[in-house]
Unconditional design. Structure first.
Length: 403
C-alpha cells in the first residue's frame, strides 16, 4: 500500500468513529444495532469501534429498561463527567478561564486582568494564568483532554495562527501550537463571536435550527453564521465581519481605516459617545452623564426615558439594516443578539424587526424569531463549542483514543 492509501484508511477510520460517537452522544442511550442502522456500517465495525471507545472510557454501557424482543438490550451513552477541558477567552483587557466537563457544565471560572500589549508578554501572561488555574483546580480535574482559546480577532483555525487582534500585537503568532507544545494538550482556537454562534447551536438558543445568525455588539460588532449546523467559512477563514459594512458614507473614521462602518455607530463605545453628545446638548433625561454606561442607558430606556429610548431605537435601526441584508443573503431560521445592549430588548428588538420587515423578502422574514442569545455573560462558552466540534468531527476524538 502507498502512503496515500494508508492515510486514506486512517481518515475513513476517523470519520467512521466520529459518526458512531455523534450518534451515541446525541441519540444515546442507543444500542449497537440501532447505531449500525443509522450510520449504515457493518455490525462488526460498530462492535470494533465501540470496543475501542469503551476501552478509552469515552462511552459506557447501560442496560435498557425495556426491549422489544423480551431480551434485555445493552445501550451505549457518552461519558461526560470523567473528562475535563479548559476554555479561555482572551480579551483586550482581561482573560476569562473556565473549567468544563464534556456535558458543557462549568466547574470553575476566573477572570484575570491583562495589562500587557506586546506579543511575548501577552503569551507569557496567558500561559502563567492557565498554569495557575490548572494547579489550583487539580481536585476537580480527572483527565484534561484539551484547551480552547477564543478571541475577538481573526484566526486561521487550521494553522492555529492569529491573523488580527485588536489592541494586542498578536498578529502572525502561532498561538495554538505554542500553547499545545507548552501544555501538551490538543489546542483549538477560534474567533469569539463565531464560536459563540456555534455554542448557541450546540447548547443554547439555536439548538432547534440548522441555519442561524448570532449578532454580537460589544467593543465592536460582529456576526457568526451557522449554515447546516456548521460555522460558515470563506477560504478557511471565518466570515461575518458585519461591523465593517458601511452604513454612513460620510460617517466617522473606523479603526479599519474606512468611514461610517456599522461599528462606528453600533458598538458600546459609539453608543455611549452618542448618548453623551445628546446629553451635552442639554436634552432632559434620567441619565447621569458622570455615571453613564450601557447598563444605565438600557435601564433608562426600559423606564421610558425619551433620550435613552431614542438612542436604543437608532441603534436598532442601524443594526436592523445590516441584519436585513443578512436575512436576504442567508435566509436563517433564527437571529440571536448578544451584548449588554440586549438588556433594552423591548425597545431594541422592535426597532430591528421593523427594519427587517421593510428591507428583506417577506417569505424570509415571516415568523423569523429575533431574540436574545442564551449565553450573554459566559465568555468561555465559545471555546466549549470548539471542543465539542472537535469531538463530534473526530479530530479530538481520535487523539483521545490515542491518549
Ligand atoms: Zn471598519
Amino acid at each position: 500500500m502507498t502512503e496515500g492509501q494508508i492515510a486514506n484508511i486512517d481518515l475513513v477510520k476517523q470519520v467512521n468513529a466520529a459518526a458512531v460517537y455523534r450518534i451515541i452522544d446525541q441519540q444515546g442511550p442507543v444500542s449497537r444495532i440501532q447505531i449500525a442502522d443509522i450510520c449504515q456500517l457493518a455490525p462488526a465495525s460498530i462492535t470494533k469501534i465501540t470496543r475501542q471507545m469503551l476501552e478509552h472510557g469515552l462511552i459506557r454501557e447501560e442496560a435498557l429498561l425495556e426491549s422489544t424482543g423480551g431480551r434485555r438490550a445493552i445501550a451505549l451513552v457518552a461519558e461526560q463527567q470523567r473528562f475535563q477541558f479548559i476554555s479561555c477567552r482572551l480579551g483586550r483587557k482581561s482573560v476569562h478561564i473556565g473549567l468544563y466537563n464534556l456535558a458543557a457544565k462549568e466547574l470553575a471560572r476566573i477572570e484575570q486582568p491583562l495589562t500587557e500589549r506586546e506579543r511575548e508578554p501577552v503569551i507569557a501572561s496567558l500561559k502563567s494564568a492557565l498554569e495557575c488555574f490548572i494547579a489550583s483546580h487539580k481536585k476537580q480535574i480527572n483527565q484534561l483532554i484539551g484547551l480552547a482559546v477564543t478571541l475577538p480577532g481573526l484566526v486561521n483555525p487550521e494553522s492555529g495562527e492569529v491573523l488580527y487582534m485588536p489592541s494586542l500585537s498578536l498578529a502572525g503568532s502561532p498561538l495554538a501550537s505554542e500553547l499545545e507544545t507548552h501544555f501538551k494538550l490538543p489546542t483549538f482556537i477560534g474567533n469569539d463571536t463565531r464560536s459563540l454562534a456555534l455554542a448557541e447551536h450546540f447548547f443554547g438558543a439555536s439548538r432547534d435550527c440548522q441555519d442561524s445568525i448570532l449578532v454580537s455588539v460589544h467593543n465592536g460588532t460582529g456576526a457568526g453564521i451557522i449554515s447546516k449546523g456548521k460555522v460558515l467559512l470563506g477560504q478557511n477563514r471565518n466570515v461575518g465581519e458585519i461591523g465593517h459594512i458601511q452604513v454612513e458614507r460620510f460617517g466617522r473614521r473606523c479603526q479599519c481605516g474606512n468611514f461610517g462602518c456599522l461599528e462606528t455607530i453600533v458598538s458600546n463605545p459609539a453608543i455611549l459617545e452618542r448618548t453623551r453628545e445628546l446629553l451635552t446638548r442639554g436634552h432632559v433625561s434620567l441619565l447621569d452623564p458622570a455615571a453613564l454606561d450601557i447598563e444605565s442607558l438600557c435601564s433608562a430606556a426600559n423606564r421610558g426615558d425619551p433620550l435613552a429610548c431614542e438612542v436604543i431605537r437608532q441603534t436598532g435601526e442601524y443594526l436592523g439594516q445590516t441584519i436585513a441584508i443578512m436575512v436576504n443573503l442567508f435566509n436563517p431560521q433564527k437571529v440571536l443578539l448578544a451584548g449588554e445592549i440586549v438588556a433594552a430588548q423591548k425597545v431594541l428588538i422592535p426597532a430591528i424587526q421593523r427594519c427587517v420587515e421593510h428591507q428583506s423578502l417577506p417569505s424570509f422574514h415571516a415568523g423569523l424569531p429575533i431574540e436574545p442569545a442564551a449565553f450573554q455573560s459566559q465568555a468561555t462558552m465559545g471555546g466549549v463549542a470548539l471542543i465539542k466540534r472537535a469531538l463530534l468531527e473526530g479530530d479530538l476524538l481520535q487523539r483521545m483514543m490515542e491518549m
